[in-house]
Write a new protein. Structure first.
Length: 277
């Protein structure tokens, strides 16, 4: 049986009509271009708006203020691990249960748990950390549909800009655990992987949780190695597993001995009853 493509081919006219329907339904966030007085500017007015020096200065101040707020809030965190994953897997889903156990194991090992602060996998990891008696932080993004911080964070830092938030999610952690997710999760995964590969950070462990979910990505990675886009040893920092205990144990043993001394493990009997979600 022939497999259908994920995205069907469309004509140029269908493509344009589809985008116009999208803009009409959602409203368009303008793409900014330099001022233009030519007649052609009127034809693309629905796409653009001129940018000004004053507007750019205001944006720069907002970006700087957001960085400063993040630095102030997170600078004194102890050893931390960031957990990435989808907001769409709620309580009762196996990935929610897995993320919750990841949070518990991180707390037991003495790590601070950092997430994107939203629902789903992020909530589960924060919840597990809190239940085990560990520290739990959320770095929440302000979205049009108003993503609210989940109730299991000890502190929440809000961001307007995705790229500022992503810097904070990466900067203050010594390892990254990635559970199943969508485009945002993939963005975060490849950001961390690129920085590690290029030796801008780390070397830090990058652990993918959910072997079945990530199998196609693993095959794609092997194919890229065979195509010569990078060497197999450049992904030596990666691990794919279904075990929260193995994931956290690998992270602990990847750290220098002097760094491990800064961990303050939480006793296993502490916190709420074992998770059943």
């Amino acid at each position: 049986m022939k497999e259908e493509p994920i995205v069907a081919r469309v004509t140029a006219e269908e493509w344009e009509r589809g985008w116009h329907r999208t803009w009409k339904r959602l409203g368009f966030v303008p793409y900014e271009l330099p001022p233009d007085d030519s007649p052609a500017a009127e034809e693309r007015e629905f796409l653009t708006q001129p940018r000004s020096a004053e507007g750019e200065q205001q944006r720069l101040r907002r970006i700087q203020e957001e960085f400063e707020r993040g630095f102030r809030a997170l600078a004194w965190l102890g050893p931390a691990v960031t957990v990435f994953g989808s907001a769409r897997f709620g309580e009762g889903h196996s990935y929610y249960a897995l993320a919750r156990e990841v949070g518990r194991e991180l707390a037991r090992a003495g790590f601070v748990t950092i997430t994107g602060g939203g629902p789903g996998v992020m909530e589960a990891a924060n919840r597990g950390a809190r239940e085990a008696g560990g520290k739990s932080y959320g770095l929440n993004i302000m979205l049009p549909h108003e993503q609210r911080p989940n109730p299991y964070v000890d502190a929440s830092v809000e961001f307007r800009y995705f790229f500022v938030r992503k810097v904070m999610l990466v900067k203050y952690s010594c390892a990254y655990i990635v559970l199943p997710g969508g485009l945002g999760t993939l963005d975060e995964l490849f950001e961390a992987a690129t920085l590690i590969q290029c030796r801008k950070i780390g070397p830090f462990p990058l652990v993918l949780m959910g072997e079945r979910f990530w199998e196609s990505l693993r095959r794609f990675g092997h194919d890229m190695v065979n195509q010569g886009t990078f060497d197999a040893d450049e992904l030596g920092f990666g691990l794919v597993t279904d075990s929260a205990v193995e994931a956290v144990d690998r992270i602990v043993h990847s750290l220098p001995a002097s760094f491990r001394k800064r961990l303050t493990p939480v006793a296993r009997g502490r916190g709420a009853a074992p998770c059943t979600g």
